[in-house]
Design a protein around this ligand. Structure first.
Ligand code: IPT
Length: 985
């Protein structure tokens, strides 16, 4: 096999089979191997010979990626999204082709002498490899995230054996593996030697179904005559069937089974035993079907609250770690995620065992993407070239055969972003012939010629709604009217949406609302679950998470690989908290003294939940208890009386109801919050009486007004500490969405197609505003300043009027912000900044009553609740791999700033004339500093804390790959008032 062979392999066993749990003897060949890396593919093959001396080679662990071992001596990872990191010259790859040679010895167990065959299995090798045992070539294969088995019976012998493997980083197969991720060569999944006994079971497929309380099993048992009789047992169900010959194997029904679903993942242990081998399958009974435009499991419509999951880890790359994967899946469950698309290749086979057990709807995707051909208008795309057909078919066969037993797998996906063509259609035809029990997905089949579900990525809300609606004559994207009708007749899902890069995404709740309004819409899969940061350190030893370009790649896509709901270090982003709140499976509707509890789940009732309530007065607990909610079936509602609530006279009164787990599960402890709602139960409160104003004091060369000291009309001290401000701030460190240039401006007129908001802000100089003081006016009891704020080479400006006054013993600051005419773009924020230099100790924490505990923005407010919260300044911001705007807390009522545990300054935020409240951000850096840093370690050392009070912030959107901020959340320049009352603590 040469590196430019389009054939999928040579010598690997066909057909592929399930990845089974069997008691047949096996020997793991994981562990240390000898390793040598060569810069080209043309090194001599003598290394495969038995007697070759590998003493000068290195050691490398298997499984691993060689670029992640050897401190750079074995090359470095490369990140590209769509771009090929080699010339587009299919099926050829450059002579510069890192080639890893591996060797190790193993001792064949003595009792394997009776085996009928010895099979050598590779679960994942990137990208093309050849294998020799004792100098005899067993074959070669491509298909990096697929299992390949070789019959090595003729070459193994009792006692010592040597296995040699040659892996090329680049091959024809690389053209088919252009997924948006790091290129990570090597033997990165398990290598196993398997003894196949005489009378063994080659393969088992338990096709299962569920209907009306009955389970259905259609067994397919691949075994030679010597294997029979074969017995299938499901002890828990009293099933015990023995078949004397293959011809006797027939389908059967089992009464009284519990179905499998992502919500109640009921599994039954099944054993299939032949004369020589026993196989265990954990089976789930469920029927997947498409009826009209509905996707149903066990007769009920499924709404996917899914994520796209790549295999990625900062230290291991795509090497699987079961404990980490289980914890990651448990985290998904805790955040109400119910579905996984295995973007864009089959995961480690154990992942699907975990998905069966914990409960997820899985869209299992084949290892296929040829996105880089987009650059050349898809000319030469392998998807439509007969030379590549066998490679495509081989990939889908290996995908389906390996994972066919998993109840969690409900849809097969042919791949991602591979254009369209007859090879994809052929894959689909093969799946349809092989598995009648699951539909076929492929997003690139825009017109629906060979797939069963309609799928789109990053569709705007408008497009999504048009797909969901009947009676709308609009044709669908890339479709003729007739094709549109065909697509509308299918269930629709968003295989990717809500690009979770950096701070965002916004408007998640709008997508969710559409799925509830239009039954054809079946939800979707957020792009994506995790950031793919790689552990790295700066020359001075500071650790950080590397992204594209950090390893000196010539062609790369920077931080586009950092677009997860979970950061590289496993920390959930505010976006994930928002997602959890948006998709929570219980809806509460308040109505007078009652609350309606609606169960939005697929099939599970609410018997696993308790409903606890609490009443808080200005964030302080006043009363709590538990609601008596009857068990609510899926799709049903129950109305429950609310407790009598005592509203406070001079505080806000909020009722919070949490649906929590009544008992621990495999993924969360008892008490885990599943859904939350709040209701404002405040009674109207009298306006505080106008207090008399007191006047100025002289102190030490400055003039003081209560806790504020001024020099020449400028604030110099506040509550006894050095301070400066207020200073108008219109800029925020652009988020990845602010830097987005997509043309999907949705219904907003605020953006320019192809030009990012951030570029417009920089053009207009929002990041470099200058001030000219127009006037300072000191009356007996107040200070009034007027500033004109504008950027160099700009005629537009903002007038800022600040009035300081003493109201009783509180210092009041009122800031009126008024834009000139002529501003054309949206503004990132309308706010003021106070500088609080460190002095003896920094201002290092905040406690507030308002929305929290996490940050929130106008189009991402669902996870935020009203309460009293406190956080250290370092915990107020999110550690994005590329620093950007973070930390805004909306709906502020009261804020206390502290230093080393001592409260310093108390600020009350007064609602404006329209009842709008500001938000705040406390940060150790200015937006300008943050915007200049490419990584956290590039932020300068700080000696100041900055407090921002924003009358408004622009929304987040998801324009880094998708729609812009919706019009209603776009911040147009406008006049705003900020009113604060301050006192020392
Ligand atoms: C889409 C890809 O399918 C996905 O792999 C990822 O790259 C994502 O974009 C962006 O992060 S394709 C794009 C053209 C919408």
């Amino acid at each position: 096999m040469s590196v430019s062979d389009t054939a999928p392999g040579r010598g690997a066993l066909r057909p592929a089979r399930s990845w089974l749990h069997s008691d047949a003897p096996r020997l793991s060949l994981n562990g240390p191997w000898r390793f040598r890396l060569s810069p080209t593919a043309s090194v001599a093959e003598d290394f495969a010979a038995e007697g070759f001396d590998d003493a000068a080679w290195d050691d490398i662990p298997v499984p691993s990626h060689w670029v992640l071992h050897g401190d750079g001596a074995h090359g470095r990872p490369i990140y590209t999204n769509v771009q090929y990191p080699f010339p587009i010259d299919p099926p050829h790859v450059p002579d510069e082709n890192p080639t890893g040679d591996y060797r190790r010895h193993f001792v064949l167990p003595a009792d394997w002498a009776d085996a009928e065959r010895v099979v050598l299995r590779f679960d994942g090798v990137e990208s093309l490899f050849r294998v020799w045992v004792n100098g005899v070539e067993a074959g070669g294969a491509a298909g990096s995230r697929l299992t390949h088995e070789f019959d090595v019976t003729p070459s193994v012998r009792p006692g010592d054996n040597v296995v040699a493997v040659r892996v090329h980083q680049w091959s024809a197969a690389s053209y088919l593996e252009d997924q948006d991720q790091w290129w990570l060569p090597g033997i990165f999944r398990d290598v196993t030697l398997v003894a196949r006994p005489v009378g063994g079971v080659e393969d088992v497929w338990l096709r299962t179904g569920f209907d009306d309380g009955r389970g259905h099993v259609e067994p397919e048992i691949t075994a030679g005559a010597a294997a029979f009789p074969v017995t299938l047992r499901i002890p828990e169900l009293g099933v015990d069937r023995t078949w004397d010959t293959a011809a006797d194997v027939v389908p059967f029904d089992v009464p009284d089974v519990e179905p499998w679903s992502a919500e109640r993942p009921r599994l039954y242990d099944v054993t299939v035993s032949s004369t020589a081998e026993s196989i265990t399958v954990r089976a789930g009974f469920r029927t997947v079907e498409i009826r009209g435009d509905r996707f149903l499991v066990n007769g009920r419509r499924v709404v996917f609250h899914g994520v796209n999951r790549h295999e990625t880890h900062p230290d291991r790359g795509r090497v699987f770690d079961e404990e980490h994967a289980r914890e990651d899946l448990a985290r998904m469950k805790r955040f109400n995620v119910n579905a996984i698309r295995t973007s864009h290749y089959p995961p480690h086979p154990r992942l699907l065992d975990l998905a069966d057990e914990l409960g997820f709807w899985v869209v299992l995707e084949c290892d296929l993407e040829t996105h880089g051909f987009d650059k050349v208008g898809w000319a030469g795309n392998p998807s439509d070239d007969p030379d590549w057909r066998e490679a495509y078919l081989d990939r889908i066969r290996r995908t389906v055969e390996r994972d066919k037993n998993h109840p969690s797998v409900v849809i097969w996906s042919l791949g991602n972003e591979a254009g369209t063509g007859s090879n994809l259609a052929a894959m689909s035809a093969w799946v349809h012939a092989r598995d009648r029990g699951r539909p076929v997905h492929y997003e690139g089949d825009h017109t629906g010629e060979y797939t069963d579900v309609y799928s789109r990525m990053y569709a705007t809300l408008g497009e999504t709604e048009r797909i969901g609606t009947d009676g709308d004559r609009t044709t669908l994207m890339n479709c003729t009217p007739a094709q549109s009708v065909r697509q509308r007749g299918k269930p629709f899902l968003l295989c990717e949406y809500a690009h979770a890069m950096g701070n965002g995404p916004g408007a998640l709740d709008r997508y969710e609302a559409l799925a509830h309004r239009y039954p054809r819409l079946h939800g979707g899969f957020v792009w994506e679950w995790r950031d793919h940061g790689m552990s790295a350190t700066t020359p001075d030893g500071t650790p950080y998470y590397a992204y594209g370009g950090d390893f000196g790649e010539t062609v790369h896509d920077a931080n586009f690989v950092m677009d997860g709901l979970v950061l590289s270090n496993d920390v959930p982003t505010p976006g994930l908290h928002e997602y959890k709140a948006v998709v929570q499976p219980v809806r509460f509707t308040f109505d007078a003294g009652e609350v309606a509890v609606t169960n939005l789940r697929h099939c599970a009732d609410t018997s696993d939940l308790r409903f606890v309530w609490r009443v808080e007065h200005d964030g302080t607990l006043a009363a709590s208890g538990e609601l008596e909610v009857p068990v609510v079936a899926a799709g049903e509602s129950a109305r429950v009386p609310l407790p009598r609530i005592q509203a406070a006279r001079d505080a806000e009164t909020w009722l919070t109801v949490d649906a929590v787990l009544a008992a621990p599960t495999a993924w969360a402890p008892a008490g885990q919050v599943i859904a939350t709602v709040q209701a404002d139960r405040s009674t109207p409160r009298p306006e505080p009486a106008v207090r008399h104003r007191t006047g100025w004091r002289h102190s030490d060369g400055t003039l003081a007004l209560g806790i504020a000291e001024f020099a020449g009309g400028t604030l110099v001290r506040l509550a006894g500490r050095a301070a400066a401000g207020p200073r108008l701030e219109l800029f925020r460190a652009p988020t990845d969405n602010d830097e987005g240039t997509s043309d999907d401006l949705e219904d907003s007129d605020a953006g320019v197609p192809g030009v990012s908001h951030a570029a417009l802000w920089r053009r207009d100089g929002l990041d470099r505003l200058t001030t000219r003081r127009l006037s300072v006016e000191r009356t007996a009891d107040a200070l009034r300043t007027i500033d004109r704020v504008a950027a160099a080479n700009s005629a537009t400006s903002v007038t800022v009027e600040s009035v300081w006054s003493l109201e009783g013993d509180e210092l009041e600051l009122r800031v009126e912000i008024a834009p000139s005419s002529g501003w054309t773009t949206v503004w990132p924020r309308i706010g003021i900044r106070f500088d609080l230099p460190d002095g003896a100790a920094p201002v290092d924490s905040a406690a507030w009553f308002g929305l929290g505990p996490l940050e929130s923005y106008p189009d991402s407010l669902r996870a935020a609740r009203i309460g009293h919260f406190s956080r250290a300044v370092s915990d107020l911001s999110v550690d994005h791999a590329r620093p950007q705007e973070t930390g805004h807390r909306s709906g502020l009522r009261r804020l206390t700033l502290a230093s080393t545990g001592t409260d310093l300054l108390r600020i009350v935020a007064v609602a404006d004339g329209q009842g709008r409240r500001p938000g705040f951000t406390l940060s150790r850096h200015t937006p300008q500093q943050i915007a200049r840093a490419g990584h956290p370690f590039e932020l300068p050392a700080s000696t100041t804390s900055y407090l921002f009070v924003d009358a408004a912030q622009h929304g987040l959107g998801s324009r880094s790959c998708g729609p812009d901020v919706l019009a209603e959340f776009a911040l147009r320049p406008e006049a705003r008032t900020i009113r604060l009352r301050m006192s020392a603590c």
